[in-house]
Design a protein around this ligand. Sequence first.
Ligand code: ADE
Length: 230
Amino acid sequence: MRFHIMTLFPEIFNSYMSESIMKRAVEKEIIEVYVYNIRDFSTNKHKKVDDYPFGGGAGMVMTPQPIYDTYKHIIDTHNIKEPRVIYLTPKGKVHNQTIAQEFSQIDDVILLCGHYEGVDQRIIDLIVTDEISIGDYVLTGGELPALILIDSISRLIPGVLNQNESFEEESFKDNLLEYPHYTRPREFNNLEVPDVLLSGNHKNIEKWRHDESVRITKERRPDLYKKACK
Ligand code: ADE
């Protein structure tokens, strides 16, 4: 799978993609990450990429030309026939595990990171297919949200996680949050590991984990719990 990132701050992506599971996924060539500096595509003699909003008001708006030319460059050089372009914005659909699953099936995903007050609406009308938010709060730009999307999508692609890191039994499976985990030692600061986990009785362990998942989901996420009961 190939990720194409359009950004004004390409450096942000280098360190995250060079560590741990993301690094391994890139090395194994399961994912490819291409980062494009929108400023490089500006035809303005000062490489300007933003301007004042028509109608007045605070802040600057990213101009359409450099973004559109970056997009054209991406689809032409990678021969992308039906581009999926995600614009990261607090106005978008809130990201979740189902959306991550859906994108993990796509060969090329183009991510547009906005800054300042956002991008000119005509860019959204012309090239954006999906507007995604990572939650109900406002960040200074779309770079962290883009990394969150890339991470959540990549780990669902076969081969990215190894067996020990498997996502078979994690939060949001069947709309339940995950049960608590324990490891050595058996006692820590007077707190003990629940007996059932030491019993070796797999049926009882499975039941305890499921019951804990239900209890935690009901307590913390009544919205998910309702879905889980359906
Ligand atoms: N850009 C700024 N805030 C954002 C958010 N919450 N989600 C996605 N992109 C953003």
